[in-house]
Ligand binder design. Structure first.
Ligand code: ZN
Length: 329
């Protein structure tokens, strides 16, 4: 997994902020405790001199066993005294230690194991999140929720082919709500089809918002934007950038590709769309694809291989009704 310098510096900035904050909060708490309980500060000093003496004893050699045992007993007694003292004013021993977000690396992002420096899982998560945010920064991600989706825009009278738009859209709405509610990394992929202005973007962003609030990494891209970015990176030989984008699209928990079919299609974009989708399917990770194209258009615009892959793996939601945007205005 490769990330740009920008993504690394953002992730490290967040880690530093977490660590500094934990230390500052602890310093304040300690100052408060020591002003109320001066003996607690003395005990802390005595405890640290115990551990310094223990280290000295080990270095100086001789009968270290007896010395260390005595020191360990003193420190145990001091600790229980401290604990009781703190409890008398409603504090605990934890109040004297910084409460780091990650207990494993103490918000440093790295851990030492078998003489090797390893990236802590918390930093891996953070890098993934920052890379997603970078892609999402171009999207109107915060605008849509299930609560703001209004079913009353969809007519209750059947269309010529016998579909009741209100009923169909209620089913689709419930499907999407349930999808967000029960989402796991093994959830199915979805193909949302239907003309412009029927709520595909709104419902897919509602899913995105709900999953983001649950801590999943979601990337929302419009097909023309992301394909343009990829193509520009590729043809200006910026292969690192191209790979970083592709990795982010592959690795996020849910990828949403909006407006498929409105991109300026080239051999490159068609191949990339297939690769992006296929990679996700191979990794068993869900994708939501939104398109205005009919089945027939899809078949003429993309390779049969792509269309059959999409049809074979996605739950299909066919949006119906009248364009709701003029109605809203
Ligand atoms: Zn960590």
């Amino acid at each position: 997994m490769s990330y740009s310098d920008a993504v690394y510096s953002k992730a490290y900035a967040i880690l530093n902020e977490r660590r500094n904050r934990a230390i500052a909060l602890c310093d304040n708490k300690k100052a408060e405790i020591f002003s109320r309980l001066p003996r607690a500060e003395e005990i802390e000093r005595e405890l640290s001199s115990c551990s310094i003496n223990a280290a000295r004893a080990v270095f100086s050699g001789g009968d270290t066993k007896a010395q260390l045992e005595a020191l360990s007993n003193t420190s145990k007694t001091l600790k229980s005294e401290l604990e009781a003292l703190l409890a008398s004013k409603g504090y605990t021993l934890n109040d004297l230690e910084p409460q780091f977000t990650c207990k494993v690396c103490e918000d440093r992002g790295q851990v030492e194991k078998d003489n090797k420096t390893l990236t802590c899982n918390c930093l891996k998560e953070l890098l993934k999140e920052c890379a997603c945010n970078e892609v999402n920064s171009l999207s109107p991600l915060s605008l849509s929720t299930f609560e703001s989706f209004d079913l009353s825009y969809y007519p209750e009278t059947d269309t010529a082919d016998g579909v009741n738009p209100r009923r169909r859209m209620t089913q689709i709405f419930n499907y999407c709500k349930n999808y967000a509610k029960t989402f796991t990394l093994a959830s199915k992929s979805i193909l949302m089809r239907g003309s412009t202005g029927l709520g595909k973007t709104h419902l897919s962003l509602s899913i995105a918002n709900e999953l983001l609030s649950k801590g999943y990494s979601v990337v929302y891209v419009s097909a023309p934007d992301i394909l343009f970015q990829l193509e520009r990176a590729h043809f200006s030989y910026n292969y690192d950038k191209e790979q970083e984008l592709l990795d982010t699209l592959s690795n996020c928990d849910l990828l949403i590709i909006d407006d498929l079919g409105t991109e300026f299609a080239t051999n490159y974009t068609n191949a990339q769309i297939y690769n992006i989708f296929n990679n996700r399917i191979l990794l068993r990770k869900p994708v939501i694809i939104n398109t205005n194209l009919t089945m027939k258009d899809l078949e003429t615009s993309y390779t049969p291989r792509f269309v059959s892959r999409v049809m074979g793996t996605c739950d299909k939601l066919d949006f119906v009704g009248r364009d709701i945007r003029p109605q809203k205005n």
